[in-house]
Design a protein around this ligand. Structure first.
Ligand SMILES: [Zn+2]
Ligand SMILES: [Zn+2]
Ligand SMILES: [Zn+2]
Length: 495
């Protein structure tokens, strides 16, 4: 019985396998045909599982590749991908990683020979491609992408010639040139891309660059255009500026490694304004490869200031700009009104009890009771000036507070009220002062930034404070410019 059932079982299994094979053939004839007609070169089995024998990556809507989803396509990445798939070195790297792990040291000569043959075969295919076809393909790309294509290998450089690089040298292609050079950032740890020149300059204090007030006379690289062009920079406070190359250095260090830049915390400073009583404190941090800044400025505020007294306290009399740190849109909206409103809440200092007793003993007793009721002597801000404000045109937020601080110079009234203005800003990713949307918006170079849709639910202030101190400011956040009128200097109310 057992001996008669065995052949029947194998026959059934055989029939099943055969029918499965035929079914697969019907479902996917091309794939089976390719596999049967021409065995794929062995190197495709290392890592690159979805690469076919022509070196093409196969995408299907069911695969887990992220190319079909997730934002706009980066053509430069695509071109680099093309060359890396064709390059002999990357094939070796891929196969080593797949077969032996990252610590692979040796590879047998047979595998090397096989990889070399595959690379040579691809070179022959590329060689047969007419130069006119390459140039036709290049005509659909922008100048930076054409230059990247020409840089990918010697064969493509021969076919495309020097034209892509001549095009990048043209003045009208300046932003393409910057984009092209930005992609090389990882190759130049000891250099920094200079935007006025459109070239990389050698850093001569690699890793120990310091932010100085007189940064023009303390450059971090020799730039031939140092005196004939305006270095990209932003105003921090009255008399202080931040050159753009410090944003580059801080973000490069975060993206690559220590050799590429500096620690953002080394940019933090504390200083006192020489022309006024304002004192400032700046701090920097990296979040999501972008540099975030917080500047806290404070000044002793007297109670019951007149409108002239308020202006004297808030504005630099020469430039008519606030002494504290502001974005380019400070004149639009209610920032200065909020500051003046906060100043109006500064309470008068209590009269001494002796003075009060001289006037009226009954009032003195009442005042003493009030002082007991509010011993901290805090100013109470109103609904208008208490909330934090977000600039709708750039990633900047403000918080205006009235606090109490010690004045060591005053022996009689040691504790006084201070007006504290805190500004948080996202300074961007350091890629370019004109192309980085955050930097361009903060400095008023572009007017198309909408901070409420870009910054999202968590404010810059919330991100900064949660990472620095572990707690988020409790104030609610409302718009700095509720009417969204952009009148700039023409507007009323900013002075
Ligand atoms: Zn330069
Ligand atoms: Zn108020
Ligand atoms: Zn702004």
């Amino acid at each position: 019985m057992a001996s008669s059932s065995k052949p029947g079982f194998f026959a059934r299994v055989g029939r099943k396998l055969k029918s499965d094979k035929e079914r697969r053939k019907v479902e996917n004839p091309a794939k089976l045909q390719k596999r049967n007609s021409e065995a794929p070169p062995p190197y495709f089995e290392y890592g690159q599982q979805d690469v076919n024998e022509l070196g093409e990556r196969e995408y299907s809507i069911w695969s887990e590749t992220s190319t079909l989803v997730g934002g706009p396509r980066d053509h430069t990445e695509m071109l680099h991908g093309l060359t890396h798939q064709g390059s002999f070195d990357s094939l070796i790297a891929d196969s080593r990683l797949a077969t032996e792990g990252p610590r692979a040291q040796v590879m047998d000569t047979a595998t090397l020979r096989r990889l070399h043959e595959a690379s040579e075969r691809k070179k022959r295919i590329l060689k047969r491609l007419p130069a006119s076809v390459c140039k036709r393909v290049a005509s659909f790309l922008d100048p930076a992408d054409v230059a990247h294509l020409a840089m990918t290998c010697r064969l493509l450089l021969e076919k495309l010639g020097n034209e892509p690089f001549d095009a990048l040298a043209l003045r009208e292609n300046r932003h393409h040139r910057i984009r092209f050079l930005n992609h090389m950032d990882a190759q130049f740890p000891s250099h920094l891309l200079c935007f006025p020149c459109g070239t990389y300059h050698r850093r001569f204090m690699t890793g120990s660059e310091k932010l100085r007030t007189d940064f023009v006379n303390n450059p971090i690289f020799v730039c031939p255009k140092a005196t004939s062009s305006v270095l990209p920079r932003m105003r921090l406070t009255h008399g202080r500026q931040l050159p753009y190359y410090f944003v580059q250095l801080a973000t490069r260090q975060a993206v690559h490694s220590r050799r590429y830049g500096i620690d953002p915390s080394t940019l933090s400073r504390k200083w006192k304004d020489p022309l006024s009583d304002w004192s400032h404190q700046s701090r920097y941090m990296i979040h999501d490869s972008r540099l975030l800044l917080r500047i806290r400025s404070q000044v002793f505020a007297s109670p019951k200031l007149t409108p002239t007294g308020e202006r004297k306290l808030l504005y630099d009399p020469e430039e008519y700009t606030p002494f504290f740190s502001v974005c380019a849109h400070w004149r639009d909206g209610v920032l200065m009104k909020v500051c003046k409103c906060a100043l109006s809440h500064v309470p008068s200092p209590p009269e001494s009890l002796l003075d009060q007793m001289k006037k009226s003993p009954r009032a003195a007793a009442l005042e003493a009771r009030n002082l007991m009721a509010r011993p901290d002597f805090r100013a109470k801000q109103c609904e208008f000036c208490a909330p934090a404000r977000r600039c709708p045109a750039c990633p900047t937020e403000y918080l205006v507070e009235v606090g109490v601080a010690e004045d060591p110079k005053d022996p009689v009234n040691r504790f006084k009220h201070v007006l504290v203005v805190t500004r948080w800003s996202d300074l961007g990713d350091g890629k370019s002062p004109t192309a980085s949307p955050e930097w361009a918006a903060i400095n008023g170079l572009k007017a198309d930034y909408d901070s409420f849709s870009n910054v999202g639910r968590r404010a810059v202030a919330g991100t900064f404070e949660s990472q620095m101190s572990g707690c988020i400011p409790g104030q609610r956040m409302i718009s700095l410019n509720p009417n969204n009128k952009k009148l700039g200097e023409e507007g009323h109310g900013w002075y």
